[in-house]
Design a protein around this ligand. Structure first.
Ligand code: NZQ
Ligand code: ZN
Length: 388
């Protein structure tokens, strides 16, 4: 394991069917006013809203309602939420939902008392907060992003054609997160499966970089194997608690800063996926699924040993009688088989991407040079064309 790193994760997790019982004690740590942030209404239909509100009321909290956080939260919604938090001088933002709601809550937490334009400061310029930060807590209802235990906050600016993530530090990460796998049972299949692929993508983004022998890669392989196993069960039996709980736990570990330790990390699938999202508002996990195979087939030859290891360690491909290239290709074919089996979107045209949109999507793509190959804009266009 090469390089230097610091590992610290301050989020306290409560996991399991009784996890919500811990909300009461967590609430006691904060002042009287709680901004309750949530999405388009799923929590009202499945009873999670009532369960959370009754604890807030029993604890005597004043609730500041903040509904309507959309999937892929927008900069306009961020401004609204920040104003609400400031006007009410809230003591805690309790995000009840998926990655969108939790990402948004982190954005609000550092924007409420920010004197500059938060979009400019945090997302475009990637600066750190210098103002008062409102603490965030989370009740997770959708599995995939890992937002419940990380500092990530992704905001979309449709006017500017940009969807940008900022990874905030320890002081913005949720103070606590409540993870009840049963809460995810009401997810529509499309969202459930998109989340499954998002988890795999987070692991692959961190796995496909560096050439040294690194414990983080062994951890990622174990998580990928668990994910493949559990998702195969969950697509057949969505209410299989054991499978859904393993997936929930895997999602958290896939992006809670552990498996990146000592790694450069690629993240180009996410950069292309987010650019697609900025132009189509498509579901995050599906944007990643649509571009992953063209991307990995393109970069495979630049990081061949790791793709061979991916094939053997994650997909149990037997290398006997095959060249390294054939082993690597068989591994990607196994990935493709699993994607087909769980039912992700395999083509970006199914998400609304057209040939004519490709130049704009390419322009919106942020390019990193940390994977096995630094992409040119022409290569991104080519990957997008092959994803159609
Ligand atoms: O809005 P409601 O009505 O709640 O419906 C939501 C939404 O339509 C629904 N849903 C959530 N829980 C449900 C449910 N429906 C029924 N039952 C439940 N229990 O699911 C839909 C999608 O929710 P959303 O929060 O948008 O999904 P996800 O968790 O995938 O979050 C996506 C956002 O997270 C960002 C993405 O870019 C995207 O903006 N990401 C955040 C990351 C991070 N913080 O580190 C990393 C990721 O790579 C990702 O970029
Ligand atoms: Zn993701």
């Amino acid at each position: 394991m090469l390089g230097n790193f610091t590992y610290h994760n301050p989020t306290k997790l409560y996991f399991g069917e009784d996890a919500l019982n811990n909300l009461r004690d967590e609430l006691k740590k904060y002042g009287p006013t709680v901004q309750l942030s949530y999405g388009g209404g799923s929590i009202k239909r499945n009873g999670i809203y009532d369960a959370v509100v009754s604890v807030l009321k029993e604890e005597g909290k004043t609730i500041v309602e903040d509904a309507g956080v959309m999937p892929n939260p927008t900069v306009q919604k961020l401004y609204e939420g920040a104003k609400l938090a400031k006007d009410n001088n809230v003591d805690l933002i309790l995000a009840v939902g998926g990655g969108s709601t939790i990402d948004y809550a982190k954005g609000v937490s550092v924007s409420a008392w920010c004197e500059e334009d938060p979009w400019q400061k945090y997302y475009l310029q990637q600066h750190e907060p210098t103002c008062r930060i409102v603490p965030v807590g989370a009740v997770l209802t959708m599995v995939g992003t890992g937002s419940e235990m990380n500092g990530g906050s992704v905001i979309t600016n449709h006017e500017q054609g940009l969807k940008i993530g900022k990874v905030f530090g320890d002081n913005v990460m949720p103070r606590f997160a409540i993870l009840n796998p049963r809460y995810t049972f009401t997810l529509p299949r499309y969202q459930m499966v998109a989340g499954f692929f998002d988890i795999m993508s987070h692991l692959m983004e961190q796995y496909f970089s560096n050439d040294d022998d690194n414990t983080s890669d062994y951890l990622a392989e174990g998580l990928m194997r668990s994910l493949v196993h559990a998702t195969r069960i969950a697509v057949k039996e969505p209410e299989n608690y054991e499978a859904r709980s393993n997936i929930m736990w895997t999602a958290t570990w896939a992006l809670n800063t552990l498996v990146k330790c000592g790694k450069k990390q690629d993240w180009m699938v996410h950069m292309i996926g987010q650019a697609i999202g900025a132009h189509t508002d498509a579901t995050h996990g599906m944007t990643l699924a649509a571009v992953s195979l063209p991307y990995y087939r393109h970069v495979m030859s630049f990081g061949l040993p790791k793709f061979v290891r991916f094939a053997t360690a994650v997909w149990d491909i037997r290398p006997e009688g095959l060249t390294e290239k054939q082993v690597a290709e068989t591994g990607l074919a196994a990935l493709e088989g699993w994607m087909t089996e769980i039912g992700v979107v395999m083509r970006s045209s199914q998400l609304g991407v057209t040939e004519a949109m490709i130049p704009a999507i390419v322009d919106s793509t942020i390019i990193f040079d940390a994977g096995y190959h630094e992409l040119t804009r022409e290569e991104i266009a080519d990957i997008l064309r092959r994803s159609l």
